[in-house]
Design a protein around this ligand. Structure first.
Ligand SMILES: O=P(O)(O)OP(=O)(O)OP(=O)(O)OC[C@H]1O[C@@H](n2cnc3c(O)ncnc32)[C@H](O)[C@@H]1O
Ligand SMILES: [Mg+2]
Length: 171
């Protein structure tokens, strides 16, 4: 089965490939740079979900694939501080989107302040950790969990939730 993923970020691609492999579903994964049609830094669950769905839909446009997948990272305000949130969407051609959410955690206030002032989490994390391309590697979740949960692992969990619902729909 041919599936397209609306990203070229290695952390996301790895999660998609591993997710299908674990269920012994044979897929060839096509990474596609498509627009999310939301802000570069989504600022609510709603906007992050929309970004994931748009990426999945944009994957299906004009490409001969059965499934489009969108994975989107965002942040959301809570009474406790600014929370990182992650959402995924899996769309089978002609079917409504299947969505699923990932782990969340609070950002330190010094990071949250910068995002509220319009900066993006990706570059802020590189600056904060003095590393390059954190978003393509361990991610903010990897930095702040001391490597205990990495970004691809977090997205793998999202993929398990998406693929499981996809399977359930076939019963
Ligand atoms: O190439 P794409 O697929 O767009 O991958 P991305 O890393 O930019 O990821 P998102 O667009 O889904 O995330 C939205 C923003 O939040 C940043 N971001 C989200 N989660 C992150 C994480 O765990 N670590 C670092 N940056 C993160 C990301 O760099 C963007 O600025
Ligand atoms: Mg992005």
């Amino acid at each position: 089965m041919k599936i397209a993923v609306g990203s070229t970020n290695p952390a996301k691609i790895k999660a998609v490939e591993t997710g299908f492999k674990l269920r012994e579903i044979n897929v060839s994964v096509i990474p596609l740079k498509v627009p999310s049609d939301v802000s570069e830094q989504p600022f609510s669950d709603e906007e992050t979900i929309k970004g994931a769905i748009n990426r999945a839909e944009n994957c299906l446009k004009g490409l001969d694939v059965q499934i489009g997948i969108g994975l989107e990272g965002g942040v959301t305000e809570t009474p406790f501080g600014l929370c990182v949130c992650n959402w995924g969407a899996l769309i089978e051609k002609g079917q409504p989107p299947i969505i699923g959410g990932g782990a969340r955690f609070l950002l330190p206030e010094e990071i949250a302040v910068r995002l509220r002032n319009g900066e993006e989490l990706g570059p802020v994390m590189d600056d904060f950790s003095q590393k390059k391309n954190v978003r393509k590697k361990e991610g903010a979740i990897g930095i702040f969990t001391n490597g205990n949960v990495t970004r691809d692992e977090m997205f793998l969990h999202v993929m398990k939730i998406l693929i499981g619902q996809y399977e359930y729909g076939k019963i």
